[in-house]
Design a protein around this ligand. Structure first.
Ligand code: PLP
Length: 131
């Protein structure tokens, strides 16, 4: 994975995501998370959908495939991190993304100072050897 500068191992995917949120909050000085419907990122309050969570008001859930909606949120400069299942929702793309949508996110998030996280717990090296 040529883009990789450093590797950090965790006990599970959700734990890696929680650490990513913590680091993104420290890095950006912001608290909020942006994420997409149907995508799974673990069962912690900050990443779970549709059950009661104590910090759910800090999480904004968007429909996929609408870059204008994403930018409308990013421009507020409130978001520490944006999550996406890079291969598509429900592990390995049962609800696939348009690849151009996913490819547009890193530069868009960077423009507004939000960290972009592509969550590939199951699919990483299956989708492609470079991740
Ligand atoms: C995209 C994604 N994120 C997070 C997780 C959670 O990983 P874990 O069960 O190792 O905590 C999974 C598990 O399947 C996943 O597919």
């Amino acid at each position: 994975m040529p883009a990789m500068e450093r590797v950090e191992f965790f006990a599970c995917g959700q734990e890696a995501n929680m650490m990513a949120i913590r680091l993104a909050r420290a890095f950006t000085g912001r608290r909020k998370l942006l994420r997409f419907v149907e995508n799974f990122h673990g069962w912690a309050d900050e990443v779970v959908l549709s059950t009661l969570g104590v910090v759910a008001d800090e999480v904004k859930v968007l429909p996929g495939h609408d870059l204008n909606l994403v930018e409308e949120e990013l421009v507020k400069k409130e978001y520490a991190i944006l999550f996406i299942e890079g291969g598509g929702a429900h592990m390995a793309g049962q609800i696939p993304w348009d690849a151009d949508f996913v490819r547009a996110l890193p530069s868009l998030t960077q423009r507004y100072g939000t960290v972009c996280l592509i969550d590939e717990v199951v699919t990483g090296f299956r989708d492609s050897p470079g991740g």
